[in-house]
Ligand binder design. Structure first.
Ligand code: NAD
Length: 298
């Protein structure tokens, strides 16, 4: 199968690479020339525009930062849809807004192009290992066609066909609310514990074998303890995801108090200039107030 891929970032880069390793020819584009040439060194055919990716591709994947960029690439200035072959499929792996996905699907229908949303969870580690969770929205026969490709980037046991177009993106936003609020809770707990005199490594060891443990704790608490804030998932991107989820709740007239508070902490981190840092860096907001850090002894 001839595949296209747009957006070779922290997630897109390894996902595209796994599709190459799965035996597919992958043509790709990214506005960042360094990321594009890095991907070319790993067997990807680099091209110079989104529309070029579409030419001759049976399936085109997107892994882009925001719903606005997705919209722009698909049906705005990127003109991707116009260049796609009839009966080809556009798969959006980004975390995006269901309404935007549905708008793109509506336009695509006029060109006999199908759209599937397939946002992922599991971080850069999961993208590299090819064992992501994938939340799929789309028509059943179309989803069945791309299923083998999804098993190249995700763990077959963790790929879910949620429902119609847009439902994958909706589910992803809901899940994101949980790990964002949990992350801020983890940062608060570690800082309070440290200020009260408990050793950070001791806290980590105890929480790891207790009910407070979670996937997000295992992925981000070690980064907090090591002060490793190089972005695997940037604060700006997570803030975008939280805002999309809060907008969804607002449209449904549901007050989401904890998520609002968590987003405020993310905004404080952005105000400190940490938008490009990893989400684990939210801990520094709490550390600043408390006058301690949670770094473990080397
Ligand atoms: P990233 O910023 O590392 O990658 C995005 C890539 O898109 C960059 O390489 C950028 O140059 C490229 N890009 C931007 N505009 C473009 C355009 N117009 N045309 C072509 N390329 C363009 O982000 P990421 O962390 O890889 O996240 C990608 C998506 O996956 C986001 O929607 C994010 O919310 C979601 N996500 C990220 C994680 C994570 O842990 N990083 C986990 C789950 C979901």
């Amino acid at each position: 199968m001839h595949l296209g891929f747009i957006g070779l970032g922290n997630m897109g880069g390894p996902m595209a690479h796994n599709l190459v390793k799965g035996g597919h020819r992958v043509k790709a584009y990214d506005v960042d020339r360094e990321r594009l040439s890095g991907a070319a060194r790993r067997g990807i055919v680099a091209v110079n525009a989104a529309a070029e990716v579409a030419e001759g591709s049976d399936v085109v994947f997107l892994s882009l930062p925001t719903h606005l960029v997705v919209r722009d690439v698909a049906i705005g200035r990127g003109s991707l849809l116009q260049a796609m072959t009839p009966r080809s499929i556009l798969v959006d792996l980004s975390t995006s807004l269901p309404a935007v996905t549905q708008e793109i699907a509506h336009e695509a229908a006029g060109r006999s192009v199908e759209v599937v949303d397939a946002p992922v969870s599991g971080g850069v580690e999961g993208a590299e290992a090819g064992n992501l969770t994938v939340l799929v929205g789309g028509k059943k026969p179309v989803v069945e066609k791309i299923w083998p490709l999804l098993t190249t980037i995700g763990d077959p046991k963790k790929i879910f066909h949620v429902g119609d177009v847009g439902t994958g993106h909706g589910m992803k936003l809901i899940h994101g609310l949980i790990n964002a609020a949990t992350l801020v809770g983890i940062a608060e707990a570690l800082v309070v514990g440290r200020k009260s005199g408990i050793d950070p490594q001791m806290m980590f060891d105890i929480i790891s074998v207790s009910r407070g443990n979670s996937g997000i704790f295992q992925s981000r608490a070690p980064r907090m303890l090591d002060g490793n804030f190089s972005a695997a998932f940037a604060i700006d991107l997570k803030y975008k995801d939280m805002t999309l989820a809060l907008n969804l709740a607002q449209d449904l007239k549901i007050p989401v108090v904890v998520a609002e508070a968590a987003r405020a902490v993310f905004q404080m981190a952005r105000a400190k200039g940490l938008g490009g840092s990893d989400i684990a860096a939210v801990v520094t907001v709490l550390e600043e107030w408390a006058g301690v850090t949670v770094r473990r002894r080397k």
